[in-house]
Design a protein around this ligand. Structure first.
Ligand code: NDP
Length: 281
């Protein structure tokens, strides 16, 4: 039987640690505050925003939220970000993506002060990550490194294959694995003989965005398999990019969906907020 990597338990542990840290900071007169901006009322975004606010409340992080109408202009949104950048009491700024179509997402990301960029999407944060300097790291890949670390899975020297090269998951994931001294291959939709490449992996990260695409044919016996995907199947049940039932028996460790990578993303967002407040001392 493979080790089931329990993201729910590990994220709960991280949240407890953060709660204690925030409480100690409060005793020293320091508060932590996250500003959350949602433009429009995409139902999935509303759920994500509500979950983030709930996690803040649990840990003791204050959250200020801005629910802007779908018709908000780019200028208005950028003006709000500028105001929050200038506020000393705000440690982190999060703009829930996607933004409405008439708004330039890159301009929004670039407007956030890198010191408050708790999502880690600003080009300065990404650049810092690439050259090994301090900065915020995109929460999902950072959460995966934490999952591996806290599950006792060593990365150093391992063949790591990432399926997917998006800016928020695949690329930062590859750089983080490299930082941990893994030997890293990044694959994508133009990769030839994908199965041959993924079968080399000691650690396989699936961030492909295709429900249950990764079957045991893609996986080496004994590999560690991390499933980033989140989808709803025909019965409205959550599933990942990996066909869990098929792959689990050949893997040495695997993340389930739900309860694997998903809960780690919010835990790392909270971690970044607390770090931001601590660094601004
Ligand atoms: P994107 O759609 O932005 O990227 C998907 C990547 O997979 C692309 O690089 C694409 O290649 C590659 N790809 C697509 N089809 C194939 C194929 N047949 N063979 C090989 N590679 C392929 O997705 P994201 O990175 O944003 O997200 C990936 C998954 O993770 C999604 O299911 C998403 O819902 C989930 N997710 C989960 C999070 C969590 O908290 N657990 C957070 C963020 C995302 P190319 O670049 O060539 O197009």
């Amino acid at each position: 039987m493979p080790q089931i990597i329990d993201g729910k338990a590990i994220s709960a542990q991280i949240k407890e640690e953060l709660k204690e840290k925030v409480s100690r900071m409060k005793q020293d007169g320091r508060t932590v505050c996250l500003a959350v901006i949602q433009a429009g009322n995409d139902p999935a975004s509303s759920v994500y925003v509500a979950n983030k606010k709930k996690a803040c409340a649990y840990i003791g992080i204050e959250s200020v939220s801005y629910e802007l109408p779908e018709e908000v202009t780019q200028e208005e949104l950028l003006a709000l970000i500028a105001e929050l950048n200038a506020r000393k009491d705000v440690d982190g700024i999060l703009v829930q993506l996607p933004v409405p179509e008439h708004i330039d997402e890159d301009a929004v990301i670039r407007a956030i002060d890198p010191k408050k960029d708790v999502d880690g999407f600003h080009p300065a944060s990404v650049g810092a990550l690439c050259i090994g300097q301090p900065g915020f790291v995109s929460c999902t890949p950072a959460g995966i490194i934490e999952l591996l670390r806290r599950s006792g899975i060593e990365i150093e020297g391992k063949e790591c294959v990432v399926i997917g090269r998006s800016n928020i998951v695949g690329k930062p994931m590859a750089i983080l694995l490299l930082r941990e001294n893994g030997t890293v291959t990044v694959t994508h939709s133009r990769t030839r003989n994908l199965k041959e490449v993924t079968k080399r992996a000691d650690i396989l990260i699936a961030a492909v965005g295709k429900p249950k695409m990764i079957t045991r044919e893609y996986v080496k016996e004994g590999a560690v398999v991390i499933d980033v995907g989140i989808h709803r199947n025909e019965n409205n049940k959550l599933c990942g990019d990996v066909d869990f039932e098929d792959v689990a028996p050949v893997s040495s460790a695997i993340t389930p969906v739900p309860g694997g990578v998903g809960p780690m993303t919010i835990a790392m967002l909270m971690h970044n907020c607390v770090e931001s407040a601590a660094l601004n001392l």
